[in-house]
Design a protein around this ligand. Structure first.
Ligand code: AMP
Length: 272
C-alpha cells in the first residue's frame, strides 16, 4: 500500500481516501462518489478495528461481507481496496496510541471510554499507510469527524478532511451497517431518531432557543417507542462539543439510542 501511494505521489496524483469497517451501503458509497470528485485516485480501506470496540461490544458479531464489498467498490471504479489483517495493523508488541483528549470525552465517549482512542489510533496509522491528500468522513459520526479534524491539526498532517452529509433512507433513517441488526418492528422504532431530530429542528425554526425545551421534546419522542431506549441526547457546541444552554447561531443536537441489539446514533446541526 505504501509503495503504491509513494508511486502516485511521484506521479503528482491526488489520492482521496475513505476509511470504513465494510459491509458497505449507500452511506459509504456516497463518500466514495464524493472522493472520486476530489481526487484522481481513490483508496477505500475495510478494517473492523478491534481497538474501537469496548470489551462487551459487538466486535465478533459486526456484519462482514468482503466479496460483496469488493464487487460494489469495483462497480464504483475505486482504484484500491486496502483490506489489512488485524496482525498487520497491530502486530505483537504493539503499544502506541493516539488520544484526542477533550473531544473524546462527551457524547458517545462517555459511554464508550476507549472508543475514540481506538478511532484516532487507527486513523493515524491508516493515514501514514495510505498517505492521502484528502480523506472523507461521514457527518453521521459527527464526534468522530471532529476527533479526526483535531488529530490532523494537532499532529500537523497535510491532509484535507471532508465531512460528507448523512445519507438517509427515504423515510429518514440514517443508513448504518448496524441497521442489519434490526427486526421489522425495531426498524420502525428506529425512525424515532430522525423524527425527534426533525421535531427539534421545527421547534428552533419556530423560535425556540432554550436547550432544556428542545432536549425534552427529543426525550418525549423517543419515549413514545417502547422498543427504543435513549442512551443520551445532547445539545452542544459543534466545535468543542461542550453543552450549551441556548441555541445561539449553530448547535449540534446528537443522540444515541439502543433498539434491540443495535446502538444507533444520529445528529443534526440546528441553526437559529
Ligand atoms: P463505518 O464503516 O461505519 O465505520 O463508516 C465508514 C465511514 O462512512 C465513516 O466516515 C462514517 O461516518 C461514514 N458513514 C457511515 N454511514 C453513513 C451515512 N449514513 N451517511 C454518511 N456517512 C456515513
Amino acid at each position: 500500500m505504501q509503495d503504491w501511494s509513494e508511486a502516485r505521489h511521484r506521479e503528482g496524483r491526488r489520492i482521496a481516501f475513505v476509511p470504513t469497517m465494510g459491509f458497505l451501503h449507500e452511506g459509504h458509497l456516497g463518500l466514495v462518489r464524493d472522493a472520486k470528485k476530489r481526487g484522481d485516485r481513490v483508496v477505500v480501506s475495510i478494517f473492523v478495528n478491534p481497538k474501537q470496540f469496548e470489551p462487551h461490544e459487538d466486535l465478533s458479531a459486526y456484519p462482514r461481507d468482503i466479496a460483496r464489498d469488493r464487487k460494489l467498490l469495483e462497480q464504483e471504479g475505486v482504484d484500491v481496496l486496502f483490506f489489512p489483517a488485524d496482525e498487520e495493523i497491530y502486530p505483537e508488541g504493539y503499544q502506541t496510541h493516539v488520544e484526542v483528549e477533550n473531544l473524546s470525552l462527551p457524547l458517545c465517549g462517555a459511554f464508550r471510554p476507549g472508543h475514540f482512542r481506538g478511532v484516532a489510533t487507527v486513523v493515524a496509522k491508516l493515514f501514514n499507510i495510505v498517505r492521502p491528500h484528502v480523506a472523507l468522513f461521514g457527518c453521521k459520526d459527527y464526534q468522530q469527524l471532529q476527533v479526526v479534524r483535531r488529530l490532523v491539526r494537532d499532529l500537523n498532517l497535510a491532509i484535507e478532511i471532508v465531512g460528507h452529509p448523512t445519507v438517509r433512507e427515504a423515510d429518514g433513517l440514517a443508513i448504518s451497517s448496524r441497521n442489519a441488526y434490526l427486526s421489522a418492528a425495531e426498524r420502525k422504532a428506529a425512525l424515532s431518531l430522525s423524527r425527534s431530530l426533525r421535531g427539534a429542528e421545527t421547534l428552533v425554526k419556530k423560535g425556540e432557543r432554550n436547550s432544556r425545551v428542545i432536549l425534552e421534546s427529543v426525550h418525549r419522542e423517543i419515549a413514545r417507542e417502547p422498543l427504543a431506549k435513549l442512551e443520551y441526547v445532547s445539545l452542544c457546541d459543534p466545535e468543542s462539543l461542550c453543552d450549551v444552554e441556548q441555541v445561539r447561531d449553530v448547535a449540534l443536537l446528537a443522540l444515541a439510542v439502543r433498539i434491540g441489539k443495535a446502538r444507533l446514533i444520529d445528529n443534526v446541526i440546528l441553526k437559529s
